[in-house]
Design a protein around this ligand. Structure first.
Ligand code: FE
Length: 194
């Protein structure tokens, strides 16, 4: 049995038990699962980044208090109660991991990718971040330092990626389309406009 099957089975067992004990209804479980699958995708984070690129005042508030600033956009809630936003610059690239388990800002980015939870990523991100980035196809200039952020149950991190060149005329909606999930974890860069 794969780890994935094992987890799925456990989830089903826990779900059945909660429903049996009348702590939850099937409908609530379905609604939560569907929200994380369809609504709370990385698009929420992308909206935050696009606003920060377009509005300097928002960007400053976001870096000072990520949770409060995201609240202005109605974004936050479950597993995004304390989000710290870290800004990429030409001199510094930020990379997020959780060395202990797999803490992730669900409320902003949706479900974490499976590699984020892998022991390999969690240990290598700290030991050899530049090699990890190369595996993701990201080559940073030699002069760009990398800072690795270790998430915890209390604090989750969101990377504010560099705004790509050639995007001066784009509105927030168009900008948000350039912001990938990986760019907000730090394993990717925002995409150049088509
Ligand atoms: Fe964790």
């Amino acid at each position: 049995m794969s780890a994935r099957d094992d987890t799925a089975l456990r989830m089903r067992a826990i779900e059945s038990l909660l429903i049996e004990k009348r702590l939850l209804t099937e409908e609530v479980v379905d609604r939560i699962a569907s929200a994380y699958e369809h609504d709370i995708g990385p698009l929420r984070g992308a909206r935050v980044v696009a606003r920060a690129w377009s509005d300097d005042g928002f960007r400053e508030r976001l870096l000072a208090d990520g949770t409060a600033a995201m609240g202005e956009l109605g974004i936050g809630g479950f597993v995004a109660e304390h989000v710290v936003v870290v800004e990429n610059t030409p001199e510094l690239h930020n990379l997020v991991t959780c060395t202990l388990c797999s803490c992730y800002p669900w409320g902003v980015l949706g479900l974490p990718p499976s590699w984020y939870k892998s022991p390999e990523y969690r240990s290598r991100a700290v030991r050899e971040p530049r090699a990890v980035l190369a595996d993701f196809g990201v080559e940073l200039p030699a002069g760009t330092a990398i800072r690795v952020w270790d998430s915890s149950a209390e604090v989750r991190y969101l990377v504010l990626p560099l705004r790509p060149p050639g995007t001066e005329g784009l509105d927030e909606e168009a900008l948000a389309e350039l912001v990938t999930r990986d760019a907000m974890i730090g394993t990717g860069l925002a995409q150049a406009p088509a």
